[in-house]
Design a protein around this ligand. Sequence first.
Ligand code: CA
Length: 224
Amino acid sequence: MPRILVVEDEPNLALGLEDDLKLEGYEVEVARDGETASRRAREQPFDLIILDIMLPRRDGFEVCRDIRRAGLRTPIVMLTAKTQESDKVAGLDLGADDYVTKPFSPRELRARVKALLRRAAGDAPELYRFGENELDFSRCELRRSGRPQELTPLEFKLLAALIRHRGRVLTRDQLLDDVWGREIAVTDRVIDTHITNLRKKIEPEPSTPCYVVSVRGIGYRFDG
Ligand code: CA
């Protein structure tokens, strides 16, 4: 039974989340302030953490940073306010895996939780199929309808990074880190150009992508 730590100081919301997740069969612990959350996350092995940002004693960003600094890779879903685009980016940059915007539907949150747990459980695939495409990690090769497609090494790295983090939004900064490496100066525009080129090779309709989806103001997400 997966164990989830819910970090939320609003009693009604915390209770609602706890009930809802327990009904789904998860074991749930609630922490009502950031300090407790940070401590519990390091004391206990949780499978996933749902983390509000505005919290007493230590905010969600600090808690997220504490957890990652402690070397824990526990998936983290942040609860962000609708108006704060910058919060989403900051959370993801600090190592959160996903976010849900308040007010959220319980169904949406359940779906995100399930997806993250599934991803955390599965090992990196050797072969990943989406639509008529097939990415072969071991041979660094993309095939479309069985035929090898020309991918530049950079496009391969970009696609591999997106697939490894599928279902999760990657900021341009994270892509930069993953694909280019920090030492190289690359503008957002360059990243976007490579994404456009990649889409031409994998999307049925590159102008309305269904796999490499833009998330406005934040970055990209692989759906597939
Ligand atoms: Ca709060």
